[in-house]
Design a protein around this ligand. Structure first.
Ligand SMILES: [Zn+2]
Length: 591
């Protein structure tokens, strides 16, 4: 049986033009060779596995070649070249400073530098991981580096440039190797697969390339590993099984379920993912990436920022067509919040589940409703969800556009025998109002920038977008109830704001003006939170004509509490729950 040679070695580039993804560097080196302006010492920096040592070897071979070609490549035929190709050249010395970092190791090397080359013109010394040299070793080396013989060339390589002392840095010509692009790696893997007669799916190679994070050597090792496992057919399935990658199909399924607000399906898919041994954070990151890709594919200008194979891009494209940009931006915002808080959450699984619940409730609207408690009728089929996936929305769902009567008509009762309470129906509907849906569909194909603009505008100037006027009447009591629900649910987001607006009772005035009292204007000017409050009121009270007017208490209005009764009232003002508690426990007040 033939000896197996790992691909990273077998396919190590032997000429400048074979080097993958470092054209700027190879061009500079070739020009220097051509113009005979080669420096005496080089410092190659960059992440692992991107071709530093490979380039050093090619450089050593090329400058020793007797017949350098017009393209400034080694001829591969002369005596020097053949000895290089057989790893038998005496003109190249490699030292791995990670394991040979003592003063003695460096002294040995310095000794050898004094002997001129027997064959060829240059002796090349490659010191890998040079930052690992001890301080004493560095000093022993410095002298040689300062005044090397003309035939000696030094190539220092390191992954950690910041650890190199300035005296060394200043004596070297610097080359920054960059991570190799996913596309470049994929292409190279295709070439290797072709050469090895392995039938590999593009998707599979792409995934390997992505996982390698810019290091071609890692990609080739992974390739070997999976190829040895799966024989001469390398599929996407092989790759994800071996690398423990979550199948992208899951993200497509999750997004579909999010778009149709199919909560039960979402939880089931998540359960399957967790059962397969994937961490919540892993899943969240993947979902974020997926949402980002959906956003990127919408604009031809940003498509190249995403790393995916052709077939996968088509898949993204078709899913992106069914979700509008505003939805994606809101989804990314929610994802980001949950991603940030993941580490601090006590129940990770629940944390991810809540994230999915929130995401599923954005609806195709530019304005997500944060932390709103919603009930979903579980016993009956969900007619409103079915309606949602069939564009365009049925006529009965359209709000009437006249100002006279309450524009928002209740949706028809579901046909199912066990119909949910009407109250629940009304609660669910507002988030998916046809106006929002229509709005969303229209901005489907415009760029991200435009959509951001549209989001920031309160009322889009676009004539096509008609905002329906919804004026469901409500009374003071309903207002207070909704207000209290906001302050409770908003505790997690901004306790200071929630407490500030909970302190005083809002008053309902004419024309749906809600007058509320706060201690200072800073709270009233807290646009983000005030907007969230207004949005909550509008959604919960099903009335988009509500406006908020802040008032500020007079200085002497805040008198000090003297009697027990006054103290109780003060406390109740700050913590309205106290009154509820008193009622629930049926407590008598002793004053
Ligand atoms: Zn040659």
């Amino acid at each position: 049986m033939e000896d197996f040679i790992v691909s990273a070695r077998k396919y190590r580039p032997v000429s400048f033009k074979q080097v993958v993804g470092q054209h700027a560097i190879t061009n500079t080196l070739q020009n220097a060779i051509k113009n005979n302006q080669l420096a005496q010492a080089f410092l190659f920096t960059g992440p692992r596995g991107v071709g530093k040592t490979t380039c050093a070897r090619i450089l050593a071979k090329t400058i020793n070649c007797e017949n350098i070609s017009d393209e400034t490549e080694a001829c591969d035929q002369c005596e020097s070249c053949t000895s290089f190709n057989n790893n038998a050249s005496f003109n190249i010395h490699e030292l791995d400073a990670a394991s040979n970092n003592s003063v003695d190791d460096i002294r040995n090397l310095v000794e050898r530098v004094r002997i001129p080359p027997q064959v060829g013109k240059y002796k090349v010394y490659i010191i890998d991981e040079v930052h690992m040299l001890s301080a004493a070793a560095f000093n022993a080396f410095l002298k040689t580096l300062e005044e090397p013989p003309a035939y000696a060339k030094f190539i220092l390589a390191t992954t950690e440039k910041h650890k190199i002392i300035p005296t060394i840095l200043s004596r070297c010509q610097l080359f920054d190797f960059r991570r190799i692009g996913v596309e470049d790696i994929t292409e190279y893997l295709m070439y290797v697969a072709g050469n090895e007669n392995i039938d590999a799916e593009e998707e599979a190679l792409h995934t390997i390339a992505q996982k390698a994070d810019g290091a071609l050597r890692d990609a080739l090792s992974t390739f070997d590993q999976i190829a040895s496992f799966s024989g001469n057919k390398l599929t996407y399935k092989n790759v994800i099984d071996n690398l423990n990658i979550l199948d992208y199909e899951y993200y497509f399924k999750i997004t579909d379920a999010l778009l149709s607000s199919d909560l039960s399906n979402l939880l089931l898919i998540l359960n399957e993912i967790i059962d397969n041994g994937f961490e919540g954070q892993h899943f969240l990151n993947g979902l974020g990436e997926h949402l980002r890709n959906l956003l990127l594919i919408k604009d031809p200008a940003t498509v190249e920022l995403m790393h995916a194979s052709h077939s996968l891009k088509e898949k993204y494209s078709s899913q992106a067509a069914s979700c509008d940009t505003a939805w994606l931006l809101s989804a990314l915002e929610i994802f980001n919040k949950y991603d940030l808080n993941y580490k601090t959450s006590n129940n990770k699984r629940l944390h991810v589940e809540i994230c999915l619940m929130q995401l599923s409730h954005i609806g195709q609207t530019a304005n997500p409703v944060p932390t709103v408690k919603r009930q979903i009728p579980i016993a009956s089929p969900k007619p409103e969800i079915q309606n949602k996936v069939v564009p365009p929305a049925p006529k009965t769902e359209q709000p009437t556009l006249t100002e006279e009567k309450p524009a928002y008509t209740k949706p028809p009762e579901p046909k199912a025998e066990e119909s949910p309470k009407p109250a629940e129906q009304i609660q669910i509907k507002p988030a998916k109002k046809p106006m929002a849906e229509g709005n969303g569909r229209r901005i489907k194909n415009i760029s991200i920038k435009d959509s951001l603009k549209a989001m920031n505008k309160k009322k889009p100037e676009d004539e096509e977008v008609i905002e329906a006027v919804i004026k469901t009447p409500f009374d003071q009591e309903k207002l207070l109830d909704t207000w209290a629900r906001f302050t409770t649910s908003y505790q997690s987001k901004s306790p200071s704001f929630a407490n500030a607006v909970a302190k005083y009772k809002p008053v309902l005035k004419d024309n749906f003006v809600v007058e509320y009292k706060v201690d200072n204007s800073i709270i009233a000017k807290d646009v983000l939170n005030v907007t969230a409050l207004l949005r909550f009121l509008k959604t919960e009270l099903n009335n988009n004509q509500i406006t908020l007017t802040p008032t500020f208490p007079e200085k002497n209005e805040q008198k000090t509490a003297y009697t027990d009764r006054e103290k109780f009232d003060e406390m109740a003002k700050k913590y309205p729950e106290i009154i509820k508690l008193r009622e629930q426990l049926d407590l008598e007040l002793g004053f």
